[in-house]
Every structure is written in C-alpha cells, then in structure tokens.
Design a protein around this ligand. Structure first.
Ligand SMILES: Cc1cc2nc3c(=O)[nH]c(=O)nc-3n(C[C@H](O)[C@H](O)[C@H](O)COP(=O)(O)O)c2cc1C
Length: 212
C-alpha cells in the first residue's frame, strides 16, 4: 500500500492521528512532574522527550498547542522554572496512562492516579517515587513551532537519580522502562545488540555476510 500526501490528507481525523502518532516508531515513556507556585503538584505522561545534547545535558519535549486547553505542566514550568522527567516502568504503566486526563488544576494526578510524590533536598519539583530513573530539570528555553502551534520546551539536567546498584548509562531492558507507540500502545523493551563506535574502516563486508 502506498499513501500519497493526498491520501493522508483525506484520512479521517482519528485514523490520521493514530497513523501519524505511530509513524516514528517506539517513543520513550516519561512522566513529567511539576508544581504550581501555590504548591499543587501535577503529573502528565509525555512520549516526545528527546535528548538534545550531553554537555550541557539538555532534553526537550514537544508541548501540544496551548490555547483553549490548559497545559498545566507548562504553566507550572513557567511559574517555577523546574520540572522532573521520570521513566515509566511496566509495573505502573496503567497509572501513567491515566495521567493524560484533563484534571482540574486544583487536582493532582499523583493522588488521582495512585503515584507517589518524592522530593530530594530542596529541589522545587516532585519526582515519581515509583520510577527508577529520574531527572531533575531546569527550564532553559522554549522554541515556538509556528507551523502547527506546538512548542519545544528545553531544560538542563540538574539531578540524575538511579538506584545505587544501577549503572546510569542505562540498560532499559533491565530497568523495565517501557516504550510507546501512538497514544495508547505500550511496549516492553528487549535489548537485541550492542556494537562498537563505528569507524569507516571497520564496516564489515556486508556483501559476504547474510546476517550478523
Ligand atoms: C501516551 C501519551 C503520550 C503523550 N505525549 C504527549 C506529548 O509528548 N506532548 C504533549 O503535549 N502531550 C502529550 N500527551 C497528552 C498529555 O499527557 C495530556 O495533554 C495531559 O493532560 C497534559 O497534562 P497537563 O495539562 O497537566 O500538563 C500524551 C498523552 C498520552 C496518553
């Protein structure tokens, strides 16, 4: 089957959302924790977290268009300047999914979705206690994307919290972090290979190799 731009334009809204949301392949599953100036916590699932660089350590996420729909995570980030990114594990994937509900700003998804707030020292944003891989983020910049009204929200890592016996260079398989496709499909991740840094001279002769 070959879909042209015209075919894609003519898809009904739901089919287009599901198809295009799945088209990039597996996305990371994270919960973003934040708190309002008045002290009400917020938690929401995001699949668009992306690594932007390691020095400084920057991550971005795509925020859907603001407007009629309030975006509590972003409002809190603007109010306090801080937020957390927490990996989702299969043990609480259902709780994580339900944080996408549009709750009133006075209601915290931590309470409503059965997840626990955790704090480190005087860091001003809530982490998810159930998560084994947590980042404390300071908001640095937001880039507007006028093409569709979304925003790229960029932050710098100020805390990296993993269990004492865990290597933070991360084996997602061992950590049981999940992957997301579309807006409601969740996957377990299974590591299948590890290769060295590639130099041109090291490329195997694939014409002689059927499969590695
Ligand atoms: C699997 C999944 C992934 C999502 N990823 C994003 C995302 O990357 N960006 C976004 O703006 N909303 C995303 N959402 C929607 C938010 O979770 C939802 O709008 C939520 O209500 C935002 O909460 P807030 O208003 O408290 O910030 C996603 C929802 C689901 C179910």
């Amino acid at each position: 089957m070959h879909y042209t731009k015209q075919d894609i334009d003519q898809m009904d809204k739901t089919t287009k959302i599901i198809t295009m949301n799945s088209a990039s392949g597996i996305k990371p599953g994270n919960l973003i924790g934040s708190i309002s100036k008045s002290g009400i916590t917020n938690l929401a699932i995001f699949s668009s977290v992306v690594h932007l660089g390691s020095d400084p350590a920057l991550f971005g996420f795509i925020l859907r268009p603001t407007g009629e729909v309030p975006r509590h995570t972003y409002e809190n980030i603007l109010e306090t300047g801080y937020y957390t990114i927490n990996h989702i594990h299969s043990s609480f994937v259902k709780n994580a999914h339900y944080t996408s509900a549009k709750l009133d700003k006075t209601d915290s998804e931590f309470n409503n979705c059965g997840l626990t707030e955790a704090y480190v020292t005087d860091y001003p944003a809530p982490f998810v206690a159930e998560s084994n891989f947590k980042l404390g983020m300071k908001h640095k910049e937001t880039i507007e994307i006028p093409l569709n009204g979304t925003k790229l929200v960029i932050g710098e890592v100020e805390h990296l919290i993993v269990p004492d016996d865990m290597d933070p260079s991360v084996n997602l398989d061992a950590m049981d972090s999940i992957g997301i496709s579309g807006l409601n499909n969740y996957y377990k991740l299974h590591k299948i290979a590890e290769f060295p840094y590639v130099r041109t001279k090291d490329i195997p002769d694939f014409s002689k190799i059927k499969s590695l």
